[in-house]
Design a protein around this ligand. Structure first.
Ligand code: PEP
Ligand code: MG
Length: 617
């Protein structure tokens, strides 16, 4: 239990704490429900990890680059603080009055301050790396502040000086975290049954969570279909993201209820709230048991149309869940998670072994392995350490060198991965999926690389599958969707990635809670792109599936069936729900419904129609 543990330094200062044994009133926060289930447990905010500084010194030739790294970290820190400040409005007035000036002080220190001048000087004159310079300067200023205490200073004066020194160190830590891309929290020491509440959680950090020990997660940042949400769903951890103010409001000894169905987080719940949460937990477990009975039933509509339901996989630990879910194969294996949380890029043998064990576990059912989709929020430290990607992120990472673009610029990455996939294909049917395609030429070039790798493996005497794996593409940019007729001539199959397709079509960052209300996969523009791509594939008799999060929403199943789709891949826990949705509709009704929906131009009307159809079904 962590009730008596002092909070980590950041929270100690951002929300000054009353004594833990005073009974606090219940506080309720609303966020985005991203992973089903209800959790009750002691709050864990996790300890802030010590940054690992791998570069102390730089060469004179690197001064400008180091300055650019520092500026990027300053900009990122300012952005984080601005977000925190904007969200304070949800807190009680006295908390706002306490926290707002502190955030303003941090902002000032990131401007033309003594701290920043000192850091820049240390980089330029003593050739320290940016992180070493920040630590040295913050330390020096902190010590100087404490030394200002005159002999016989009062306890109050000393506390004031200590607070100022702490503030310098705090902003220094934030800068160093951003420079070293260290996770904000370390999960070591997470007590069993705890609820993790934190400002933000990177996808790579989410991948480290142990679902058998962690009851639930709530964060202030994050959107419904960002990769952190995808990961939490995959792990089956009840979660609410984008709950403004929740991390700032934690007090020692808090217990929390995280309701991943309704999207609420209650700190310090009253007896009535705890009782309601317990009832919700029981109802959720019963629902799961009911769904489990569907496992062996076929996925076909009332009128006998078969529908392929597959699972998405991020980490090998999901395999038992996938097998239990009744999914017939893996429609999307996101390989980027295999590259995260390790120091080096996995070599061909390591990758081949991982893919082979997954293919074997699927026992003859097909596995679509997507080659590395680096970029956006998916930071992979091993790739930056090996020099495959820049240390400083692009100005606009979602539109930069990501997905297939990176693989074609660094073909050695693609070749290694393709070789590993081909070798794993001996153990069962595999397909290869290319991420973030926008042009026909990219597909042709990737196919050339595949042919080259096949020839090389043959020369090496490597055993290859009798039939080479099909090479398909993600349709996840408006460019790809609208070029689907041309792409269907080059690609062996389409996998429609509705997460990025929605984000790029509506210009909404899928992981940003501030624009989460604008993220809408049933916006008519997105639906029209899905329809266009699906029809192009069907005309060319190419398999087409949906593997974005839309596929996991049973309310949308009739609409997607009506558009012509018959294959869906989703987080394993959603397979039974979607199967039930498939089994309770007839294709003719779906086609009529989809036709009616596609005539609409107003998103709200579409939401109402979808809801009404699912209630009637
Ligand atoms: C998508 O964009 O819909 C998709 C399935 O890919 P990812 O979520 O990994 O970006
Ligand atoms: Mg995508």
């Amino acid at each position: 239990m962590n009730e008596t543990r002092p909070p980590p330094p950041q929270h100690r200062r951002l929300a000054r704490q009353p004594a833990p044994d005073i009974k606090q009133p219940e506080r309720r926060f609303v966020g985005i429900p991203v992973s089903d289930g209800v959790a009750i447990g002691p709050v864990f905010t996790a300890a802030e990890p010590e940054p690992v500084i791998t570069r102390q010194k730089i060469l004179a030739a690197d001064i400008a680059a180091e300055g650019a790294r520092l500026e990027a970290a300053v900009a990122q820190s300012r952005k984080q603080l601005a977000k925190l400040r904007a969200r304070l409005t949800v807190l009680p007035e006295e908390s706002q009055a306490e926290i707002a000036p502190l955030i303003d002080a941090y902002m000032r220190m990131l401007g033309p301050s003594r701290l920043m001048r000192g850091v820049r000087r240390r980089i330029e004159e003593t050739l320290l790396s940016a992180e070493s310079a920040v630590i040295a300067e913050a330390d020096a200023i902190g010590t100087a502040i404490l030394e200002q205490a005159p002999p016989g200073a009062s306890a109050e004066d000393l506390a004031g000086l200590r607070r100022r020194a702490d503030e310098i160190n705090e902003i220094g830590r934030r800068l160093v975290r951003n420079l070293t891309r260290a996770p904000f929290r370390s999960f070591a020491g997470l007590p069993d049954g705890a609820v993790l509440i934190t400002e933000s959680l990177r996808p790579a950090d989410a991948a480290l969570l142990d679902p058998s020990r962690l009851a639930g997660v709530a964060t202030e940042e994050g959107g419904a279909d960002g990769h952190t949400a995808v990961m939490l769903r995959a792990l089956g951890i009840p979660a609410v993201l984008g709950a403004a103010g929740v991390a700032q409001a934690i007090r020692p000894g808090d217990v929390a209820v995280v309701d991943g169905i309704e999207g609420t987080v209650v700190l310090n719940p009253s007896a009535a709230s705890v009782a309601a949460a317990r009832r919700a937990v029981t109802a959720f477990v019963r629902e799961r048991q009911r769904y489990a009975r569907l496992r062996r039933l076929p996925a076909e509509t009332e009128d006998g149309e078969p529908v392929e339901l597959q699972a998405n996989l991020e980490l090998p630990i999901e395999l038992p869940l996938i097998v239990q879910s009744g999914a017939v194969g893996i429609g999307l294996l996101r390989t980027e998670f295999l590259f995260m949380n390790r120091e080096t890029v996995p070599d061909e043998d390591t990758q081949a072994e991982t893919y082979r064990s997954i293919v074997e576990a699927m026992n003859g059912d097909p596995v679509s392995i997507r080659v590395l989709d680096w970029g956006g929020e998916k930071e992979i430290d091993a790739l930056s350490a090996a020099g495959f990607v820049p240390e400083v992120a692009d100005a606009n990472p979602a539109l930069g060198v990501r997905g297939l673009r990176l693989l074609l610029r660094r073909p050695e990455l693609l070749e290694t991965q393709l070789a590993a996939i081909l070798r794993a294909g001996v153990a069962g049917p595999v397909r290869i999926t290319l991420p973030m395609v926008t042009t026909v030429d990219e597909v042709r070039t990737a196919r050339d690389v595949l042919d080259r790798v096949v020839r090389r493996l043959r020369r090496r005497g490597e055993r290859l599958p009798e039939r080479l794996p099909p090479l398909g593409i993600m349709i996840e940019t408006p460019g790809a969707a609208l070029s689907a007729d041309a792409l269907a001539l080059e690609a062996d199959f389409f996998a429609i990635g509705t997460n990025d397709l929605t984000a790029y079509t509506l210009a909404v960052d899928r992981a940003d809670s501030d624009v989460a209300d604008l993220y809408d996969p049933t916006h008519p523009a997105v639906l029209r792109l899905i329809q266009f791509a699906t029809e192009a594939a069907l005309r060319m008799r190419k398999p087409v599936s949906v593997c974005g999060e839309m596929a996991a929403n049973p309310r949308l199943t009739p609409l997607l069936l009506g558009i012509g789709l018959r294959s869906f891949s989703m987080t394993a826990s959603a397979v039974p729900k979607v199967k039930q949705a498939v089994r309770s509709v007839a294709i003719d009704d779906c086609v009529r419904f989809a036709r009616h929906v596609m005539e609409q131009s107003d998103p709200d009307t579409i939401h109402r129609m979808v809801l009404a159809f699912s209630q009637d079904a």
